[in-house]
Design a protein. Structure first.
Length: 142
């Protein structure tokens, strides 16, 4: 999907965020494909309201937090869910985003007490999100 098509699919809140932070647009643009590809590598598909969906949201948010900082990633991922016609799905997504934001921000001790180090590669982010899923920290159904 091209940049124009992605822009058309954004929420009003996402467009407002990008209008105030245009320098982050390339990172956000890339993040969708990176998250979809990583989810496909882990699960073989990208589902909805299942473990793959929970993982994808965690990984996407972790990637954004690492790349642009916790606060900006939180603002953007929250704006992505703003005004959703599916509030129970949005609550699930916001929960999984919050776990990913914490992972990408480097504070894993509260989520994965046995984890050591900072997840500075996509592979480490992926492993941390998968560990969170396996530990029951991610919500897999609305």
């Amino acid at each position: 999907m091209g940049l124009y098509e992605q822009w058309s699919d954004l929420t009003v809140a996402e467009k407002a965020f990008l209008a105030m932070n245009p320098h982050l647009a390339p990172t956000i643009y890339r993040s969708k494909d990176i998250a979809y590809n990583e989810t496909t590598a882990r699960f073989g598909y990208n589902g909805r309201n299942d473990s793959s969906d929970a993982f994808r949201h965690c990984f996407w948010s972790a990637y954004l937090a690492r790349e642009m900082g916790y606060l900006r990633a939180w603002q953007y991922t929250s704006s992505h869910e703003y005004g959703s016609p599916h509030p129970s799905e949005s609550r699930m997504d916001l929960h999984n985003n919050s776990i990913g934001l914490t992972i990408g921000g480097g504070d894993l001790r509260n989520i994965l007490p046995d984890w050591t180090g900072f997840p500075d590669s996509n592979s480490q982010l992926s492993n941390a999100c998968y560990s969170a899923l396996s530990a029951g920290k991610l919500q897999t159904a609305p």
